[in-house]
Design a protein. Sequence first.
Lengths: 184, 86
Amino acid sequence: MSGHEINPNKWIDLYSDYLFNYTITRVNDREIAQDIVQDTFFAGLKSMKNFKGEASERTWLISILKRKIIDHYRKINSRKGKAEVRMNLSFDGEDEGDWLEQRVADPFDKTAEDNLENTELGLAIHDCLGKLPAKQAEVFQMKTLLGYDTETICNELGITASNLWVIIHRARTSLATCIEEKWF
Amino acid sequence: MSKDYKIFVSCDKAAHTCDKSQYNEASLWEKIKLNIHLIYCKACRKYSSNNGKLTKLIKKSEVECLKASEKEKLKVNLNNELKNNQ
């Protein structure tokens, strides 16, 4: 066995955010994403014996997750196939889209490339978050990603406001350096 | 907090205001003081611009993460599954 070992008890703390972010950029629904992440962990438990330790635990989980996401899309698609497919080429029966103005590309529209870049950026940010001390990462996530109030966080974690700002400050400084290395 | 009317603030305070302003929690007076500080302090200018970039990146990437309660739920389920498997 090579260096990588498996420890399901730590999975949620270590990887759930990363996996969740990976999933949600692909399925666009919090509930479904959670279910898929859950399924992934279960499947991981079942096939723990097959884990050879060649890849890191996270890579291995991601490869399971990818399968699960594909399965998810297969499932909805087979459901769709049973329903009647109706195509409506002209939407209101009127000639919508005939005007030149409506055919011009919208420069502010997000392109596929932008979306791809954002997905990768999201994963890079999670990578960097994973490197922070647990406490910093937790506070930073609550504040920045979940958008909680300062007071709510202070009450929940039992820290003072100035304490919180110090933690945020440290987290931001190390995140900035980490992302700078990874992204630019 | 007692209000101090000093126009020139220390770097510590400036950084603190800068962090706060990333979450729109800095008051107008604090922001004015920060900007005055930025005029003459190169290090804080750098920090401030980096900080702004970080906020923008995070906003742009639309990162999501699980809430603590959702994580708990996952943990409970996983533990149950673990017990079943053993």
